[in-house]
Every structure is written in C-alpha cells, then in structure tokens.
Design a protein around this ligand. Structure first.
Ligand code: CDP
Length: 241
C-alpha cells in the first residue's frame, strides 16, 4: 500500500467518512449450523466469523477447574484475508490477540455456573482491513449470547486513533498504517466498563480523553447493532404467534 499524501482532506477521510463515523456495519446472529452459537460481522471491508461451543465437559481433563468453566479463545486469520498471503497457523500476533479477546469477554460470562466445563470461542478473520480484534470481540459476544451462555452484559468493541492530527473512529488499514495512533477498545455497554484497551502510538492526555470518549460512543452504536441482530434472530414474529 502506498502512503497517501494526506489521510484527511477538507475534514473528510479518504473513504468519505467524517472523523467520528463508523464504517458500514452488518451483524448476523446465528450464521453457522454446527456451532452452539455463532455470529458474522462485516465492518467496512472486515469480514469476521465467530463460533462458540459449550459450555461442555472440558478436554483435556487436567485443564478442568472444579469451581468454574474455562473460557478459551482462538483468533485466526485466513491466509487469503490480507494483501500479502498470511502463513497459516498461529503466530505471535494471533496468540496475543487470542489472549486479549479472552480477557475482554471473560468478565461478562457467568463461568461459575459451569464447573469443570469449557467454553470455546473461535474467531475467524476472512477479510481484514484493520480493527479485526475489535470486530472479533463484537462477533464473539453475539455468538456467546446466541449459544445461550448466561452473560451479565454484551461486549462491544471498536478502535479509535489519530490520523493527520485528528482523532478518528474506526480506522481503516490505510489509516492504521499511515496514521499516528491506533487504540482498540472493548466495553461492557450497560455497565460502561472497559475490558480491552491497547495502544499503538501515543496520545497526549487531552487527546486520550477525547479518543476514549469517542470509542465509548462508537461502542454504543455497535451495541445497538448487536442487540438488533439478536432480536432479528429471536423475536417471535406476529404471524408465528
Ligand atoms: O486487525 P487489528 O487492527 O485488530 O490488528 P493489527 O495488528 O493492528 O492489524 C491491523 C491490520 O493489518 C489488520 O486488520 C490487517 O488488515 C493488517 N494485517 C496484515 O495485512 N497482515 C498481517 N499478517 C497482519 C495484519
């Protein structure tokens, strides 16, 4: 990808968005037949699937916890998901992202209800354009709800950052690559508790405050779309009684 001269021209980003706008978002709850729960998310050019299995007896058994379920997450990028073919299999980045996704989701799951069990979350990135860890969390939360896993709240996630000295919501790959700062955030929308906050680059304190507020506003929008997706799947239509 070639570095564009400017990422923001006359207050508009290269894809036509204003600084505080999300990319087009589509969420489908229950996209897969074989998983206990699933969700498909498109955010701009990102395409992410999440599949959930469990709660079920955890194997290998030595990993079982007598008083709680174990939440396991695997983030994986398809080889064809990025510009330069990604070598299949785990790497440093995917191991880190799997860990932060688990930590972002764990606080909402009532794990204590399922001793000796495992809940497995698979996040598969089919097409990537920056923000895949946050899109993965958004999809995984809907997939957990779709699986009927008891939860305190959903988890909604989006990245914010700084591009050409402007604080922006939901960076594209181009903005992530040539901008100054990228800060992915996940939030429990009802409790407004942050469960993921990473930062690549830097902010001065005032910028950080503004960026975090913008991320939280973005998460609220994502939350509405997550709820709509779950309602669309589970609401009883009048004609069905
Ligand atoms: O996807 P996310 O923003 O959560 O993570 P990142 O590590 O900041 O990666 C940003 C973007 O770089 C990804 O979404 C992909 O579009 C791209 N990328 C890539 O092209 N090749 C890789 N091996 C990894 C990431």
């Amino acid at each position: 990808m070639e570095k564009p001269e400017k990422l923001i021209v006359d207050g508009k980003r290269l894809d036509g968005r204003g600084p505080e706008e999300l990319r087009p978002l589509k969420i489908q709850a229950g996209a897969l037949k074989r998983a206990d729960g699933s969700a498909y998310v498109e955010l701009g050019a990102n395409k992410v699937l999440a599949a959930v299995y469990g709660p079920r007896e955890l194997h290998p058994r030595h990993m079982q916890q007598p008083d709680t379920a174990v939440l396991r997450c695997r983030y994986n990028m398809a080889p064809f998901s990025v510009e330069e073919r990604k070598r299949p299999g785990p790497d440093r980045r995917s191991v880190e992202i799997s860990k932060v996704i688990r930590e972002a989701l764990e606080p909402v799951v009532f794990t204590k209800l399922y001793p000796r069990s495992g809940i497995d979350v698979f996040v598969e990135v089919l097409q990537a354009d920056a923000g895949t860890r946050t899109a993965g969390i958004t999809a995984a939360a809907v997939a957990l709800a779709d699986a009927g896993v008891p939860m305190r709240d959903l988890v909604s996630a989006v990245a914010v950052g700084k591009v050409d000295d402007t604080i922006v919501l939901d960076l594209t790959k181009e903005e992530d690559q040539f901008g100054t700062t990228d800060m992915p955030v996940a939030m429990l929308p009802r409790k407004r508790v942050i469960t993921l906050l990473q930062m690549d680059g830097s902010f001065i304190e005032e910028e950080f405050e503004r960026a975090l507020a913008l991320a939280m506003k973005g998460c609220e929008q994502i939350y509405e779309a997550q709820k709509q997706a779950l309602k669309a799947r589970y609401s009883i239509k009048p004609e069905e009684g």
